[in-house]
Design a binder for this molecule. Sequence first.
Ligand SMILES: Nc1ncnc2c1ncn2[C@@H]1O[C@H](COP(=O)(O)OP(=O)(O)OP(=O)(O)O)[C@@H](O)[C@H]1O
Ligand SMILES: [Mg+2]
Length: 259
Amino acid sequence: MRLALAGKGGSGKTTLSATLARLQARAGLAVVVIDADSNPNVSVAMGLEAVVGPMSLPYELVSRRPTGPRLTVPVDEVLSRHGATGPDGIRLAVMGAPDHADAGCLCSAHAAVSALLADLGERPDVLTVVDLEGSPEHLSRGTARHADLLLLVAEPYFRSLETVRRLSALARQLPIPQVAVVANKVRSTTDAAAIRDFARGEGLEVLGEIPWSTDVLDADAARTPLLDAVPDSGVVQAIRALALALDRVGEPSSGLAAS
Ligand SMILES: Nc1ncnc2c1ncn2[C@@H]1O[C@H](COP(=O)(O)OP(=O)(O)OP(=O)(O)O)[C@@H](O)[C@H]1O
Ligand SMILES: [Mg+2]
């Protein structure tokens, strides 16, 4: 499955991507993480040193086809040549980031992510987790069009929910078969109910509810992945429950409508 996480800036995409990827790798899945943020952070959130520059996906790997960008070499070769190995055996690939001011637009970097994601579709045995940046650009450009499930990270406040509404409208114009919500930074039953009500109104299922916790902030301050800093955190437990919910996505009874 190719899972992409989107949402407003700061909603928790990177924290959830890193923790979910590591939990699933520990559970025995082959996991590839794509840092598709031009301000890359997921490597650090997983417990790797910042991985940029030589590890980023070079545009030379991309062949433009009428159906969209594809890789010019086999996906495994790309990952072994240009990826890094992270904790729990995760393979990590990083979108190219601007290396100087005035570098211009990031079309090439987006095309490389799109091509990698497209070719990973030939590897159903792999869980791909794509950490997107906090803007609609991955949808307006169609970079995330090859995701099998787009998970929209929602915080319990109006502007975050408005962002989810906009992203979900864009996603529905792409051939992404499934779009769902994960609630993050939930502090009360009122918060949880607000996100559930919003999602119901938008025809979106809520696949997980992650509590707000100082554990996340303390782990960040200690520059340690949450999973290593506080393995039994309520946040980790809720992300584990999200992983179980993801396992049932695609089953006929899941109720996640293609739209
Ligand atoms: N469940 C949570 N409880 C408390 N703090 C959280 C939680 N999830 C994330 N945070 C905090 O929110 C901030 C943003 O988290 P994160 O970097 O994961 O978000 P993001 O959506 O990836 O941000 P960006 O849009 O900048 O990429 C961080 O300070 C993180 O520690
Ligand atoms: Mg992020």
